[in-house]
Design a protein around this ligand. Structure first.
Ligand code: SAM
Length: 324
């Protein structure tokens, strides 16, 4: 438990800060702040952290990035993690561009769930937001569904004047394929100029837009796990839609259950707080797992009550470097 009584049993592990897309909201244009490869945690170091965390009661793990599927040893990481006692669920956050070939081997290695970024269904808008190719993502979604993961969710970050016309088509797509879709409010985690009043699109507005076309029935809290989304079932289309309003939802952090591990081995107790603890140094210097456990416990104690996004928060490391 953290000092505020929240049970922290979820570790999000960024396996790389590299990405094969260039999302407007995630990586500053012309970004060159890559961590050097030797600073990235090795497979053995990641597994050691997972082993220690699982021993402390962490049960859910997620691989993220950057784009986790650009890391060549990702299947080995999943397979070895799945064999660690106490690891109950391994999730993956991905842009989906490499899933067409990797979904099946990831499933066979023990991956449980997949969260896929899908910010638009119009190929030109998709390219504008991500710099990537929509068709490869659609092929990835098909492969993920065919691979039989316990759950495949879609994530869309809302940007006014950019992918706003895509909201309803995305809902219809989610309904057609029976996939939960989450709309995410833009957070100030890139560079200061990304989150502006002009392009911020609150989830409350997305909800209002959807109520003009369908009837939203609230689902019980903590539906689909303990994530931060509030879910609604759309009565006419049947879509299951979640809203992650990090900036506009009061008490957003009340049920937060996670710590983050960055690709360069920092433990970050909160996405919206600059505090980080250096776990890599400990991993490389200390032979005892007790020292690793101490850093994880210290991170837990340092977890703030709330993120600081509403308090003139200035991003210093972009999302791609922290891990989404
Ligand atoms: N590349 C993978 C992906 O696309 O899911 C994993 C990393 S990405 C950083 C993880 C999540 O963070 C994605 O759902 C992405 O949309 C979200 N994200 C990135 N920057 C964001 C921002 N500024 N505001 C809100 N969500 C953001």
């Amino acid at each position: 438990m953290d000092p505020f009584g929240r049970t922290i049993d979820y570790l999000r592990i960024s396996v790389t800060d590299r990405c094969n897309e260039r999302c407007l909201y995630c990586m500053p244009e012309g970004y060159k702040g890559w961590e050097s490869k030797p600073d990235h945690l090795t497979v053995d170091e990641i597994l050691r952290v997972v082993r220690v965390a699982a021993g402390m009661g962490f049960r859910k793990f997620r691989l993220t990035g950057g784009e986790p599927l650009v890391r060549r040893d990702v299947i080995e990481i999943v397979r070895s993690m799945a064999a660690i006692p106490g690891v109950e669920r391994i999730g993956l956050s991905t842009n989906g561009t490499r899933l067409a070939t990797l979904a099946q081997p990831l499933r066979a290695a023990g991956l449980s769930t997949v969260n896929l970024s899908l910010d638009a269904l119009d190929a030109a808008i998709y390219r504008r937001v991500t710099g990537g190719d929509l068709n490869s993502v659609l092929a990835g979604i098909r492969a993920a569904v065919a691979a039989g993961f316990d759950r495949v969710k879609l994530n869309c970050v809302l940007m006014r004047g950019v992918n706003e016309p895509e909201i309803w088509p995305l809902v219809l797509f989610a309904a057609e394929h029976g996939l939960p879709l989450r709309f995410i409010e833009l957070m100030p985690v890139t560079s200061a100029d990304v989150l502006t009043e002009a392009n911020f699109f609150p989830v409350t507005e997305a909800m209002r837009l959807l109520t003009e076309r369908d009837e939203l029935e609230a689902q019980p809290s903590h539906y689909l796990g303990w994530g931060p989304a509030k879910y609604y079932r759309l009565q006419r289309t049947g879509a299951l839609v979640g809203f992650i309003g990090a900036l506009t939802t009061p008490h957003f952090c009340e049920t937060c259950n996670k710590l983050r591990l960055t690709a360069d081995g920092k433990i970050r107790p909160c996405l919206g707080d600059h505090g980080e603890l250096d776990l890599r140094e400990t991993l490389r210097a200390a032979p005892s797992d007790e020292a690793v456990r101490e850093v994880l416990l210290a991170a837990l104690r340092r977890k703030p009550l709330e993120h600081g996004f509403g308090k003139q928060y200035q991003p210093c490391r972009p999302m791609t470097a922290i891990g989404g």
